[in-house]
Design a protein around this ligand. Sequence first.
Ligand SMILES: [Zn+2]
Ligand SMILES: [Zn+2]
Length: 400
Amino acid sequence: MTTFRKFAYTYRMERLARRELTHGDGRRLFLYGANDGATLPQDAPGGAWPALHLRHDALRDRWVAISPARNTRPQTAPTAQTPSDETPPCPLCVGGPELPFPYEAAVFENRFPTLLASPPTPPTLEGATAPSRGRCEVVLYTPTHTGSLATLSAEELARVVAIWTDRSAELFAAPDLQAVLVFENRGEDVGATLSHPHGQIYALDHLPIHLRERVDAIAAHRDTTGTCLHCDIVATDADAPGRHLVDNPSFTVGVPFAPDWPYEVHVRARRHGARRLTDLTTAERRDLAAALRDVVHVYDQLFDTPMAYLMACHQAPRADAGPVDDWHLSFEFLPPNRGPDKLKVRATVETAAGLFINDTVPETSAAQLREVATRTAGVTHAPIPDVEVVPEGTTAPAGT
Ligand SMILES: [Zn+2]
Ligand SMILES: [Zn+2]
């Protein structure tokens, strides 16, 4: 049995070992950190997804992913310790079907994919269709069943950022992929069926409409003003203390000027050129981890209960998708709450017309969030380390 070195320390740099395995059904699994050399059972049948395809909505000029396999995924929230007929065991805990052996952090290809590296040929229909090409991955932050970006240890949090960066590097290098969306759905209020701390990554072979809108917006801004739209937003937000949430040297953290959701918060890279996770310096990666921890911590204190949210990491698409030099990396949190026990419902005007109605004044929401941030500012955290992913077989420097 092989024991891999967990970390080797060099000037607070932790080297995070990465090992790639393959599930019996062909799905890739990346193990990060220490592992005991165990292998995956190889007797599972490969997934067959003949109905998976994209359909083009000509009226809105956008693609819709047809993915009936997802309808077979579980609805009941699993539990870690006490599975019963009503609460099945967590598939993400150690010993579950995804990770049958101990792990520290991991990424695996989704058992219920919407996009595949080798998608089936799309059906010939009365409208335009296309293959569902891309990747759908699940990112396990920790083997511990409960927790969040606010409660992970400093090492676990730094690992998560390093793992997102590592996966983004490979996915952006794939010639068939245009965009990489790192995201997290947290809480039953946004439909998350698994509470185990985890996120997902979708990599797409085309720009979905909201990313295309952003590319068009930065191009139009450059054409009219000659400046970077994101640099201008960073400057505007830095001058808007009424929407500011917490100080961070590398990122602005606050409620955006025109948010859809009452407690929406954006974390945006200040530096021009920080377009993707892979562009960040080690200091910026540490600052990003701290910013994400701060935001989720504030959310969870605001109503004294974990707040559900959608979290999207927007990275610059590949350059052949459009002019993306003016893109700045951002993490955008979209919680559905408009009060302690009240949810905003995305209704007809929002869904059919695209006009979002925010039930709050952004500066008022920001003041509430800032009050929590100020009240809890004395909480001290362990320093966030630098983490460098080291693929299996890479020789560690001498003395580490
Ligand atoms: Zn679990
Ligand atoms: Zn810029």
